[in-house]
Write a protein that binds this ligand. Structure first.
Ligand code: SAH
Length: 223
């Protein structure tokens, strides 16, 4: 009897955690990066819950996108300075020899500098590689990518790994990226889980809007 009620309670807790994760996830994808910063500052426990849910999702995938970024960096000189926007648990920084600036809203690791990725404490043109690994969450994409453009050296590399189903029009997205001062160097659209896009900074963002710069929110289904 007590075994059965414990199992029932565990299942209910699991459901509740799942529901809270999906709710938080939706908030993150449908608000600006500032809203996300406010949300997690007000409720750090929500952040930890979000990360548990995130881990559970990504563990189902055949490969973790961050491993692709790790492999990419290992092929290039370790002297390159990296900025990891939305670093999560800092797997990237821990897996490469490069100097990696880690930015996130709440520190999962002592390496993290807490900030909104739309405004990172780095000088202009100070990094060689900027990374967004499953981290283009806010609706203010143009501002966030503009910040990456600001901190990148001319010719620097922008790496984006993002959930495949978020791209409604990849061609329009890449075209918008040129408006933001990024040339497409390579695109790996082979995984049905996530795309890996490599850009080079051509110069500052051109003034004005970039209408094709849209990603669908990544909403998880109830299972
Ligand atoms: N890059 C890591 C984590 C991806 S999860 C990996 O691949 O494992 C997305 C991360 O982006 C989360 O840790 C989340 O807290 C962070 N994030 C979301 N919005 C942010 C913002 N406005 N500023 C900084 N980090 C943000």
């Amino acid at each position: 009897r007590s075994g059965r009620s414990a199992a029932l309670r565990a299942r209910m807790e699991e459901r509740l955690l799942g529901a809270r994760f999906r709710y938080l996830n939706q908030q993150l994808y449908t608000g600006s990066s500032r809203d996300a910063a406010r949300l997690f500052r007000a409720d750090p426990a929500a952040f930890h819950l979000y990360h548990q849910g995130f881990e559970r999702q990504v563990r189902r995938w055949p490969e973790r996108p961050v491993q692709r970024i790790v492999r990419y960096l290992r092929r290039r000189p370790a002297s390159l300075v990296v900025a990891d926007f939305g670093c999560g648990d800092c797997t990237l920084a821990e897996s490469v020899k490069n100097q990696v600036h880690c930015f996130d809203l709440v520190p999962l690791s002592p390496r993290v500098t807490v900030c909104d990725m739309a405004k990172v404490p780095l000088a202009a043109e100070s990094v060689d590689v900027a990374v967004f690994c499953l981290a283009l969450m806010g609706t203010n994409l143009q501002e966030i990518l503009g910040e990456a453009n600001r901190v990148l050296k001319p010719g620097g590399t922008l790496m984006v790994a993002e959930v495949a189903s978020r791209f409604e029009d990849t061609h329009a997205f890449l075209k918008a990226m040129t408006q933001l001062g990024f040339r497409t160097v390579s695109k790996d659209l082979s995984s049905s889980y996530f795309y890996v896009l490599e850009f080079a900074k051509t110069g500052p963002a051109r003034p004005g809007g970039a209408p094709g710069l849209r990603l669908r929110p990544c909403l998880y289904k109830r299972r």
